[in-house]
Design a protein around this ligand. Structure first.
Ligand code: WTA
Length: 550
């Protein structure tokens, strides 16, 4: 669903009746949606007709239908799909003559809508395919039901929701959170990390399709009775002052966003920020990836005019809520450091052999004991939960992130050390993108690595080895990008695709991604390559490098 109030309503309605929700970010493809429906075995899909991302229409119902058809093809028929009329409600304004007939039978309400007076055309309304055996209108369902709904009483350890996150093997993991611990944890972290007071107006710019939206748009703020801004839009649309305009309009006091958004807005200078007063702001938060000190300084000095503490919150879908974070105005800040653990969280830094390092050190970030909000299992695969998080270093929860601790005990996240990429704050698995690439008949092998990007943090750099006789071309490159977009979603679209007649492999056949990362970044010092089976590929790969902005 788009970022509309009804999305929050739908989440809370699930909770009320004891149903478990699994929200899929509206930017994912039909294939990704189908994969998540099958894995979670869900029985009902709630969607909307569509929404606009800037000027671009995203036809959600068509994607949803496509996903449901894919489920049917795999013998998993979802019985019901509820559709919220979002655009047709907003754009109550299309001259009848400009509308083409809907594909199948229209949603009954939509037809009524058409009879209303039309004003002038603003934006096209999506055509809504309609299958009366499966589809139901949100509004029609609401009419005629009682306003009373007794809550279903649940155990504190009953599941609250499943949220899929990328897994390093390529298949997304259904992270399962339970009611009591998660609610306690997000309510407490929200209250303390944003220093919440009843007169605050809080705004988190994340999408509810990600964990930040679950914990710090829906559950944490609402458990505190907070007043929130729910924003459906883009930071740069209709112009790059949009965020600050909204801050002034609603007198936002606590503001929470991602480094990628800050870096994007930084490019336009201070003028679009200073056009608005922002004097209501008190605390600025950041989440999703390491924030580089320049972006931190800009956020602190330009946006917050050095008045507002910046809370750099480190956490994960799996942790449910903040685990390393400053407390505003109480923790002395260091730009780029998530500072110290939240109450009850006990971090450690381990070396390769799993030994705990003391004092200033760098290594694997792990946690030594559970806290209320930690995930309970990978839905349907408890073994995977154990293998992913607890096998490498028995007795510890492994985050997958690298971390440095300085002499003052501050923690500095250095980024993922597994096969994951963080593009604009979204985690992607290299394996997932690779398998989307090799599904193309022209590709026999693919290896994906990250390359630094000034706004997105990291970008996707893909090496592809082609089938004999196929030559690399712009058309093929475009096809491959499209293929990944359609298999996973627009967020996974490759930035660079390089023809790789051979890939650097060890004698046992393992691709040396470390070497590929260096090639993608044009770093000539490759370190130890003595285990390479055939080093002649390296020179060729350097010659064929994709250039373009880093
Ligand atoms: C990264 C998002 C540095 C990290 C809440 C983590 C961060 C992954 C920070 C989880 C931060 C998140 N500083 N890195 N403040 N916050 N990360 O599951 O790599 O989408 O493991 O949860 O984002 O991403 P996820």
């Amino acid at each position: 669903m788009p970022m509309v109030v009804e999305l929050v309503v739908a989440m809370l309605a699930c909770v009320r009746i004891g149903a478990v929700h699994s929200i899929v970010f509206a930017g994912f493809s039909a294939e990704s949606l189908c994969e998540r429906i099958l894995d979670s075995q869900c029985s009902l899909l709630i969607t909307a007709d569509g929404f606009y991302r800037g000027d671009k229409l995203i036809n959600l119902k068509v994607i949803a239908d496509d996903a449901l058809q894919k489920c049917r093809d795999k013998s998993f028929p979802v019985q019901r799909c509820i559709m919220l009329k979002h655009l047709s409600k907003v754009v109550e304004a299309i001259p009848l003559s400009s509308q083409s007939p809907p594909a199948k039978r229209p949603c009954p309400d939509l037809q009524q809508e058409k009879q209303k007076d039309r004003v002038k055309k603003i934006r096209p309304v999506p055509q809504v395919p309609w299958n009366p055996e499966v589809d139901q209108c949100w509004l029609s369902l609401l009419s005629g039901v009682s306003e009373e709904c007794e809550p279903e009483w649940c155990d504190s350890e009953d599941p609250l929701f499943i949220l899929y996150t990328s897994g390093s093997t390529g298949k997304p993991k259904g992270v399962l959170h339970t009611i009591g611990g998660y609610m306690l944890y997000v309510a407490t972290t929200f209250k303390l990390v944003f220093d919440y007071h009843p007169d605050d107006v809080y705004w988190c710019t994340a999408d509810i399709g990600w964990i930040t939206g679950h914990s710090y748009i829906t559950y944490g703020p609402l458990a505190n009775g907070a007043t929130s801004v729910l924003f459906e839009g883009l930071p740069t649309y209709p112009d790059v002052s949009r965020m600050w305009e909204i801050v002034d309009k609603y007198q936002v006091t606590k503001f929470y966003t991602a480094p990628t958004a800050i870096r994007l807005l930084m490019k336009y200078g201070t003028e679009p920020v200073q056009k608005y007063k922002r004097d209501s702001l008190k605390v600025l938060g950041t989440v999703g990836e390491p924030i580089n000190p320049e972006a931190w300084q800009w956020y602190y000095s330009v946006v917050g005019e050095k008045r507002c503490p910046v809370v750099d919150t480190f956490w994960q879908t799996e942790t449910g809520g903040h685990v390393l974070t400053p407390l505003p105005a109480a923790t002395p800040m260091k730009p780029g450091s998530a500072t110290f653990p939240f109450f009850g969280v006990v971090p450690a830094i381990l070396n390769e052999s799993g030994e705990e390092l003391e004092g200033p050190s760098e290594g694997y970030l792990v946690f030594k004991q559970p806290w209320p909000g930690v995930m309970r299992t990978v839905y349907g695969n408890h073994q995977r939960f154990e293998t992913t998080y607890f096998e490498q270093f028995p007795g510890y929860y492994v985050t997958g992130d690298g971390c440095r601790r300085d002499k003052d005990g501050y923690y500095w996240i250095t980024g993922r050390i597994d096969d994951m990429l963080n593009v604009s704050g979204h985690l992607l698995s290299t394996a997932e993108v690779e398998s989307a690439l090799v599904e193309h008949e022209a590709v026999v092998e693919a290896a994906v690595v990250s390359r630094p990007h000034p706004v997105k943090g990291e970008s996707l750099y893909c090496f592809v080895t082609l089938t004999d006789g196929v030559s690399f071309s712009r058309t093929l490159e475009a096809q491959l990008k499209k293929q990944v977009r359609e298999k996973i979603g627009a967020i996974a679209t490759p930035d660079f695709i390089q023809n790789a007649p051979g890939l650097p492999k060890t004698r046992s056949g393992k691709i040396m991604r470390r070497v590929l990362r260096k090639i993608a970044r044009n770093e000539q010092d490759l370190g130890d390559v003595s285990t390479l089976a055939d080093s002649s590929v390296i020179e060729l790969l350097f010659q064929n490098r994709c250039c373009g902005a880093m």
